[in-house]
Design a protein around this ligand. Structure first.
Ligand SMILES: [Fe+2]
Length: 221
C-alpha cells in the first residue's frame, strides 16, 4: 500500500512538472494558419502569432499595439519562413532619428535587403538590440553561419549573398557595419523581439535581394 501511494505521489509530481513545462512552451505554428483557402495572407492571424510570442516573452502589450503594428510575408506566401512584424514608434525625417521594434517567429527570416539614399533621406544606418529570444543577425564578413539557420527556398531560391552572423541574445546590440551593407536576420528557437535604432527609415530606399519580394514590397506585380 505504501509503495502504491509513493508511486502515485511520484506520478502526480511528474504530471505537474510536465504540465508546467508544456505551459511554458511556445506553441508550434504552421504556415497554413496564416492563409485562407485561396492563399491570401491573413494579417490578423500573423498578429495573433506575434501576440503569442509577446506573451511568452513577457513583452509589454500596450493598448493600440495591434492596430499600430505592421506585418508582412513579403508576398512570398510563406509567412512562417519569410516574414516580419514591426512596430514603428517614431520615424523623424526632419531631425533624422528612428525607433522601432521587430518581431520574428522561431526560424522566421527577415529577408536579405539593403538601403539606398532617396531624394528625401540619406541611406539608412541601423543597429539592433535584442530584447527577448535570440536573433541571428547576418551581414558582411567572414562566413560563419550556424547550422541552425536554414535559408528557406522561398528566399531567392534558398540563397543569400552575406553569411557573417552574430547570434545576439537579450542585451546584445549589433550595429550594421556600414550604411550600404546587405543584411538579414533569422529568429532563434523561441523567436526574437528586437529594438531597432536608426537615423531614418524610408520605405522607398529599401531593396530586397529576392526580386519577387522586392516587387511586392514596392507594390509592383
Ligand atoms: Fe534594414
Amino acid at each position: 500500500m505504501k509503495k502504491l501511494l509513493t508511486a502515485l505521489i511520484v506520478l502526480t509530481v511528474i504530471a505537474a512538472i510536465t504540465a508546467n513545462a508544456a505551459k511554458d512552451k511556445l506553441p508550434r505554428f504552421t504556415n497554413a494558419q496564416f492563409y485562407d483557402a485561396k492563399g491570401n495572407f491573413l494579417p490578423e492571424k500573423a498578429k495573433d502569432a506575434y501576440f503569442t510570442l509577446m506573451k511568452f516573452h513577457g513583452y509589454p502589450v500596450f493598448p493600440g499595439l495591434r492596430e499600430k503594428m505592421a506585418v508582412t510575408d513579403f508576398g512570398a506566401g510563406r509567412f512562417l519562413e519569410c516574414g516580419l512584424g514591426c512596430m514603428m514608434f517614431h520615424n523623424n525625417e526632419k531631425d533624422r532619428y528612428m525607433l522601432m521594434d521587430l518581431f520574428l517567429l522561431p526560424k522566421q527570416m527577415l529577408p536579405e535587403h539593403w538601403h539606398v539614399a532617396t531624394d528625401k533621406n540619406p541611406t539608412k544606418l541601423e543597429g539592433w538590440l535584442v530584447r527577448h529570444g535570440m536573433s541571428h543577425i547576418v551581414g558582411e564578413g567572414e562566413p560563419n553561419l550556424s547550422r541552425d539557420v536554414v535559408i528557406p527556398k522561398c528566399h531567392a531560391n534558398g540563397t543569400v549573398t552575406v553569411k557573417h552572423e552574430v547570434l545576439a541574445s537579450p542585451g546584445d546590440f549589433v550595429p550594421l557595419n556600414r550604411a550600404d551593407a546587405h543584411h538579414w536576420q533569422y529568429g532563434g528557437p523561441e523567436g526574437a523581439i528586437i529594438t531597432e535604432a536608426a537615423n531614418v527609415h524610408d520605405d522607398s530606399g529599401v531593396r530586397l535581394l529576392d526580386k519577387k519580394m522586392n516587387d511586392a514590397y514596392h507594390g509592383k506585380k
